[in-house]
Design a protein around this ligand. Structure first.
Ligand code: SF4
Length: 421
């Protein structure tokens, strides 16, 4: 389970004001010191994440965020990072204290979670009256918010799943109550039971995977989409055969009957297309990933914009992680060269990586995104939607490369019924 990629885990964000007890709650919930706990308000400054398994949810990533009322000099920057967390998570826990009235900050962030359709569990941290001089008449959170639907009135969030208890879990029953409550929520935009090879592989099928080992390949290992695909073929009880590009004909010829499908790295698409008989379906890891995590259909529609590119057109090339760039890096070298070779010269190219996907993408004539293997489905859908809503065409590496080589029809033919063009 520890090996479950981060992008395939349920992401849970913890929110609340400084000293609401988020970090204490996370540490007690996970039974590990994930977050630094102190009485000094604002101890958690940047989001802190930890992968782990908590039942009944399974493999998760838990993220602690800075207090949403951080008024320090860096507060605005921290709130931007917290906002990025809201856009990535599948579930949220919002922490309030029994001895403080909810503020407009609380309502703002709860409202933001609602706007983003993130299911929220409310944890109301029962502060020990002996140490905090709690005046029962000020037990506002419990009495006013829960009893009278204060949050519903201010944010539209109704019937919030709520646990009231001490964040340091003086009783283990509270820990189980919160876990049960989280387990009962339906996480937003997770892959669920869907798989990369959904509907494509059956027991006994032979699938050939073409994985070029060039200077851009990581030393001594395969990349995540390749490993995930092999694993899934094994799960389906299929036969996964792996080779490099030039060994493909020998691999095909060694088989008594043709393989069910060839899946290749996008960078080798044109050569693999030449080497794979037309009767054998061919696609790429990147296109499979787009189908698994995002809306392949929107990325295919985006292809139309390629032919409209002209000198001066603005193109954003965006990658989902900050891997070390190689000399013939796909995003910064291979794709720009391929566009040039196809006559798209003098483009204004901009690059982003990791979490840095711009809010305003309306200025771009095209967005070219990587396969996004390290991003959650939720984040991929958000990026695609951001582009579509702003009228900016978006494609991914696999779709773009296939289109530029004139083999897009072939590359998407295994799932053409799912794409309405
Ligand atoms: S750049 Fe994109 S496709 Fe490549 S490893 Fe990172 S997230 Fe995955």
């Amino acid at each position: 389970m520890e090996q479950t990629p981060k992008a395939n885990r349920i992401h849970i964000g913890f929110f609340g004001r400084c000293n609401a007890g988020k970090s204490t709650l996370i540490n007690m919930l996970t039974d590990q010191p994930v977050s630094l706990v102190s009485d000094v308000a604002g101890t958690t400054t940047d989001p802190v994440s930890k992968t782990m398994e908590i039942l009944p949810l399974g493999p998760v990533v838990i993220t602690d965020t800075a207090g949403i009322d951080d008024r320090t000099e860096l507060g605005a920057l921290r709130m931007e990072k917290t906002e990025e967390v809201v856009k990535k998570i599948n579930l949220a826990v919002y922490v309030l204290r029994t001895d403080e009235e909810p503020t407009s900050d609380d309502m703002h962030w709860l409202g933001l979670l609602k706007q983003n359709n993130v299911p929220v569990a409310l944890f109301i941290n029962e502060i020990n009256s002996a140490t905090n001089h709690l005046d029962e008449s000020k037990d506002t959170v419990k009495n006013v918010m829960v009893g009278e639907g204060y949050i519903a009135a201010h944010t539209g969030l109704s019937d919030l799943a709520t646990v009231i208890g001490s964040a340091d879990f003086t009783s283990d029953a509270k820990r189980l109550e919160l876990l049960d409550l989280l387990g009962g929520l339906t996480p937003l935009d997770v892959e669920g039971e869907q798989t990369l090879l959904q509907g494509l592989v059956e027991a006994g099928d032979t699938i050939i995977l073409v994985c070029p080992i060039d200077s851009a390949a990581p030393k001594g290992r395969l990349i995540l989409p390749q490993v995930q695909t092999i694993r899934e073929i094994l799960d389906y009880r299929g036969l996964a055969l792996v080779c490099q590009t030039e060994e493909l004909p020998a691999m095909i010829n060694s088989l008594k009957s043709p393989p069910k499908m060839v899946i290749c790295d996008s960078q080798a698409f044109d050569r693999v297309d030449e080497l794979t008989p037309a009767s054998i379906p061919l696609t790429s890891f990147s296109i499979l990933m787009a189908r698994f995590k995002g809306k392949l259909q929107d990325l295919v529609v985006g292809v139309e914009a390629i032919k409209n590119l002209k000198a001066g057109s603005k193109v954003l090339i965006s990658e989902g992680c900050t891997h070390r760039r190689q000399c013939d890096d796909i995003g910064t070298v291979k794709i720009p060269n391929l566009l040039k070779k196809q006559g798209h010269t003098d483009l204004q190219l901009e690059f982003t990586s990791g979490g840095a996907f711009p809010k305003d993408v309306s200025q771009y004539d095209l967005i070219i995104h990587c396969g996004a293997c390290m991003l959650t489905r939720r984040e991929v859908l958000r990026r695609i939607e951001c582009a579509v809503v702003q009228g900016t065409p978006i494609v991914n590496y696999g779709v773009l490369i296939a289109a530029l080589h004139g083999i897009l029809e072939r590359a998407i033919s295994p799932f053409i019924n799912e794409i309405k063009r």
